[in-house]
Design a protein around this ligand. Structure first.
Ligand code: CO
Length: 147
């Protein structure tokens, strides 16, 4: 059996940087106003993470502003402990479940061992920050193109 191509490189490129914010509507004034980034669509509630997400683009580069949607959101704990700031970096993969399985096979600790629904129809999984020197990393598989 040959190794699938997705498992050799695993990570394709940077998908987005996520920034935790207390109040999305306040933060977007900086990103859309002063920095001149473009919002892509409306604020989206992601029930799995209990967050509201706004996707912004600077050229082709993507930033996601993430606001807690409830007190028990993982982002609420992050903000309480560290204040606003960079929350995670997300890597694009072709097949998130295959990437999870490959990382587990390589001994990398995962927060999610199965693919989770992310924003904008993506499938995602988080790598445990203990396995990455403290950087929270997300794996993202884009939604299949609409047809
Ligand atoms: Co993300």
């Amino acid at each position: 059996m040959t190794t699938p191509e997705i498992l050799s490189g695993l990570v394709r490129d940077l998908h987005h940087v996520a920034v935790a914010v207390e109040r999305l509507e306040e933060a977007r004034l900086l990103y859309e106003g002063a920095l001149g980034m473009r919002a892509s669509g409306d604020v989206e509630f992601v029930p799995g993470q209990k967050v509201n997400v706004l996707v912004l683009f600077a050229g082709t580069q993507r930033v996601e502003l993430v606001e807690p949607a409830s007190e028990d959101s993982p982002i609420s704990g992050f903000l309480a402990k560290r204040g606003g700031g960079i929350h995670h970096v997300a890597w694009r993969v072709d097949d998130v479940q295959a990437a999870i399985d490959a990382l587990l096979a390589r001994g990398v600790r995962m927060i999610h061992t199965t693919a989770q629904p992310g924003s904008h129809g993506t499938s995602v999984a988080f790598v445990h920050p203990k396995a990455t020197g403290g950087v929270l990393m997300e794996l993202v598989q884009d939604a299949a193109p609409a047809r």
